[in-house]
Write a protein that binds this ligand. Structure first.
Ligand code: GLN
Length: 305
């Protein structure tokens, strides 16, 4: 299996030069455009890897599936989806236009920035520090990696330059979607995006979702089954932003990408997949990573459809 993975990585390195490392968050410019790697954790406990799987990067939008699960467990399904919708978008992940124009009075879904910021406002905690520390503990438990922490430079860089996110958040405060202090909510959001991981960590988190919320290596249920199912469904419809439809046709797996270059893929009841490839396509998805997942899905017949 490691040979198959190395071969898939080798075949798809050619796409990396067609993409760009994210630069709108200045610190992300330091990402390695040439890196491409994969890590797989099966539900039977086998692990496989290929390419530059040891590369570190920030989790970015992949954190949105983790906070969604936590927010639902904190507040219940009904409350969360009274504030954030479940529908995909054709706009970019940081778009403002849907917020006012769609006339729903709430962000379209929890995977775009507006929806994810609203979700961060629902994480319980007396202070934003406490809310973030609950997120970090949850990520550590899901990945089985107690050492995970935030990349402070990325956090500061994003906090300094995140004016688009700030405007989304203040707009949502004005419409009542966000009820608490906007800057405190944004602090949780910027920190959750800045958690540093490898694709091994992503594959472990994905394996928990593949196992419907039970940690495969301890047997402990950490996410209710219904919540895990909701998160996976929203990953299929919205996880790759405005590229989710094409991704579902070509790859057919619940997945979530981030502008740090990661993709987390879930093969239900089989395995968790983590990808790193900081060179991004125009939608903000890892350009090599999507191709790697396509080849993997075809070779192993993984499409859920
Ligand atoms: N932190 C990034 C942002 O808010 C996350 C976006 C992403 O990964 N697509 O812009």
């Amino acid at each position: 299996m490691n040979e198959i993975l190395d071969e898939i990585i080798y075949e798809n390195r050619k796409y990396l030069c067609e993409g760009q490392v994210a630069s709108y968050i200045p610190e992300l410019k330091n990402g390695n455009k040439d890196a491409l790697g994969i890590y797989i954790t099966t539900l039977e406990g086998k692990e496989y890897f290929g390419g530059d799987y040891y590369t570190k990067f920030t989790i970015q939008s992949i954190s949105k599936i983790i906070t969604l699960a936590l927010a639902i467990m904190d507040n219940g399904i009904e409350y969360v989806f009274s504030k954030v919708g479940m529908e995909p978008t054709t706009e970019a992940f940081n778009s403002i236009v849907d917020l006012e124009m769609k006339n729903l009075n709430k962000p379209l879904n929890p995977m775009i920035n507006a929806g994810a910021i609203a979700i961060s406002s629902m994480i319980k905690g007396d202070t934003s520090e406490e809310a973030f520390s609950r997120v970090l503990d949850f990520v550590r438990k899901l990945s089985g990696n107690e050492e995970l922490d935030l990349n402070y430079n990325v956090y500061v860089s994003e906090k300094k330059t995140g004016n688009r996110n700030r405007s989304l958040a203040y707009f949502m405060k004005s419409t009542g979607v966000i009820e608490n202090d906007v800057e405190a909510v944004l602090d949780v959001y910027f920190k959750q995006c800045s958690i540093e991981v490898t694709c091994k960590d992503l594959s472990k988190i994905a394996a928990v979702f593949a196992n419907n919320g039970v940690i495969p290596w301890t047997g402990e249920r950490i996410i209710e089954k219904e919540v895990a199912q909701i998160v996976k469904t929203i990953m299929v419809t919205c996880g790759m932003y405005d590229g989710s439809g094409e991704f579902a046709v070509k790859i057919g797996l619940p997945a979530k990408s981030g502008v740090g270059g990661g993709i987390l893929g879930v093969s239900p009841n089989k395995m968790g997949i983590g990808i790193v490839g900081p060179s991004l396509d125009k939608r903000g998805n890892s350009i090599g990573g999507v191709e790697v997942l396509k080849d993997l899905s075809q070779k192993l017949d993984l499409s859920i459809f």
